[in-house]
Design a protein around this ligand. Structure first.
Ligand SMILES: Nc1ncnc2c1ncn2[C@@H]1O[C@H](COP(=O)(O)OP(=O)(O)OP(=O)(O)O)[C@@H](O)[C@H]1O
Length: 256
């Protein structure tokens, strides 16, 4: 289980950031008192427009950012005090993960497996499972530079979950992917849910959330405006689809 309690993240802004945001303020509240719970066997979606605070929330969960206020626990471990224990249990996937193009998929999987303290036997068996699933076998000894974009993306996912984590956090899972790769990624996440893993994804694409997520939390301008199953959200907003519900909540939140 992941419990996010009253998470607040405030960034200090440098001169350049102040100019970009067109503000004189010296800080930016990226996440403002956000709480939610996600459980094993479900895909929880963190939804919101660009800049809403999704990435900041996910990076706080995976121990890459320290919350300014509030507390997050992953399987009972505090992300600040027990960050090592949290990292063992989590796979963090982002399309920004850059693999070194001079190495092969085989070498890369071994390298990351060893980083996670896995034995060579464990690495080989997990590698086989993931390469079979994503169809990487034919390319396992080619340089990553020579692979197609879709294949590189599938390999990045395989690398991120080499240690078979119980929790998988995926920032914008389908962003920038072609339709075939996007479908393979969604099927993979669905499969993780079937295995009883806890999956959290962030997305601003409501059709992806509708297809994939059991429950969602919608964040607008750093604040959570609703949490529940897709059915709960539709009922509470009296809308027929998630996109309409999202726009209704967005208008209410920004006071339009
Ligand atoms: N390191 C930082 N320093 C200052 N401000 C930041 C920093 N990182 C993010 N922000 C600001 O915090 C807010 C939330 O950003 P965040 O990346 O969490 O949003 P997001 O919902 O993931 O959106 P996107 O999909 O655009 O990444 C934005 O206004 C962003 O400009």
């Amino acid at each position: 289980m992941i419990e996010v309690k009253h998470l607040t993240k405030i960034y200090k802004l440098n001169k350049k950031q102040k100019m970009e945001l067109n503000t004189k303020a010296s800080t930016k509240i990226a996440v403002n008192d956000v709480s939610f719970t996600a459980r094993e066997g479900e895909i929880f979606g963190l939804l919101g427009p660009n800049g809403a605070g999704k990435t900041t929330t996910l990076r706080s969960i995976v121990t890459l950012l320290k919350p300014t206020k509030g507390q997050i626990t992953v399987s009972g471990y505090d992300v600040v005090k027990d960050s090592k224990e949290v990292r063992k249990r989590i796979g963090f996937l982002t399309n920004e993960l850059k693999l070194d193009g001079h190495f092969t998929p085989n070498y890369t999987m071994g390298f990351f497996g060893r980083l996670h303290g896995m034995s060579e036997t464990q690495i080989e068996s997990r590698k086989k499972e993931l390469f079979d699933y994503f169809g990487v076998n034919k390319f396992a000894d080619k340089k990553i530079n020579e692979l197609s974009t879709g294949m590189k993306q599938k390999l990045s996912i395989a690398v991120s979950v080499i240690h078979d984590p119980e929790v998988v956090i995926f920032d914008e899972p389908t962003n920038g992917l072609d339709i075939i790769t996007a479908r393979a990624v969604m099927a993979f996440l669905d499969n993780l849910r079937t295995q009883g893993k806890l999956v959290i994804v962030s997305t601003h694409i409501m059709t992806v959330a509708t297809k994939l997520c059991d429950r969602v939390g919608i964040i607008i301008d750093g604040k959570k405006v609703i949490e529940g199953t897709i059915g709960d959200v539709l009922r509470d907003t009296q809308c027929d689809d998630l996109e309409d519900a999202f726009f209704k909540l967005y208008k209410e939140a920004i006071g339009d």
